[in-house]
Design a binder for this molecule. Sequence first.
Ligand code: MN
Length: 483
Amino acid sequence: MNEITIEQLLNLIKTYNEEAIPDVKRAYQLADFLHKGQLRQSGEPYIIHPLNVSYILATMHADCDTLCAGLLHDTLEDTHITKEEIAKLFNQNVANLVDGVTKLAKMNFSSKQEQNLANTRKIITGITEDVRIIIIKLADRLHNMRTLEYKKPFKQKENALETLEIFSPLAYYLGAYQIKNELEDLSLRYLKPEIYHHLEEQKNSIEEANRECLYEMLHKIKMILNENDIPNEIKVRTKNIYGIYKKLEQGHQLNDIHDLLAIKIIVDKIDNCYKTLGLVHRLYKPINHKFKDYISNPKTNLYQSLHTTVFAPNEQIVQTQIRTFEMDRTATYGLTASWDINKGNARYVMQEDLKNKFQFFKYLTEIDTIFSDNQAFVEQVKTELFNNNVYAYTPSGICIELPKGSTIIDYAYKTDPQNADNIVDAIVNDKSVPIDYIIQNKDRIKIITSKLSKGPTPEWETLATTSYAKKRIREYPNNHHLN
Ligand code: MN
């Protein structure tokens, strides 16, 4: 895995962005020169690390500036070069990216020290400046986690915890499942090695036991899709180990995890997703309540797919995931899925997407403006963003993401800020509930407002969880004495 060479990197880049080659070569030569003599803890030449980071970025089809910054990302911190010199040799963008990543170094999410808190804040809000900084940081963290075995046990645990607390949630929010899954598994491997290896063994033996059956299903599905002229690609996949661990922790048994084994069916267009669903249900009986349409109702990180869990011939249950090629790219890479299509414009397009399409981004900017104290900010992000969320639906079926413990008050300020001051109660799944009702997953919520509402009373603030709702209540004219 660490054997990546500059030739391999260049070959990969050639497949999508030939024009970047001369600059990437120069960045490599410069980084190689600057890190000369430095070794990683593994004993390898240091350049191996930036090379791998840039390679991870290239698999996401990163733009030229990002690829160069990936190669140079440790030079400001570890060598004598300056930001100005990088700007002169490359351009201001590359210099800013390297500088941004450098400023995120040496942080510790779990520590209460002011310097670390300030740094954590920088990481999280870095997204609001240029999301590419965070993406480089994710690639950096991924390679460091892949090579964690060379660190001391204490460092391993510290890095693994930090990865679980901040980097894998960030990857999830950006929709980058591939990175999220690998980061989670690597973290668990170092945090709870015995559990990890035990689950790994169990996973392997389950895969082994079901292999024949799954491939038989794959071939049957492929045949019926071909007969119906639906272009397709079909893969078998097992849930990641951390995902299994979480399910078991929630009290599930290994064989009732409905998405432990899955068949991924990728087709050319949306119409054919639904057609495929019908064909799959004709071959295998579905478990009715395990069907989900994330195509019409995308997840808040833009993930789209049809999920249906069916009875396999060997009496196991198997989840089938049906989506288009485009959706599959989004499921793998998230926000960066169309990076190379946007080329020079990538930064702008991704930043706009983040602002307009990803719900967590709004929370983040809110929390950032409300809390000037770094500790309060980090605490709030942890509870509001990086904890478990609940997902509710508006009456028109839009999926709303809220921190666990949110009430009708939070929901109202999030979905209808104009009228939220006037809520009196709400209808949840056809039942009337008070405004302090705690929202559960899949609730359908309609808020009821009235001019007769007592308005946002000071008590409302204690019933709210989200920073935005609390702020609005506090700033309501009659509540000013609270401050
Ligand atoms: Mn690094």
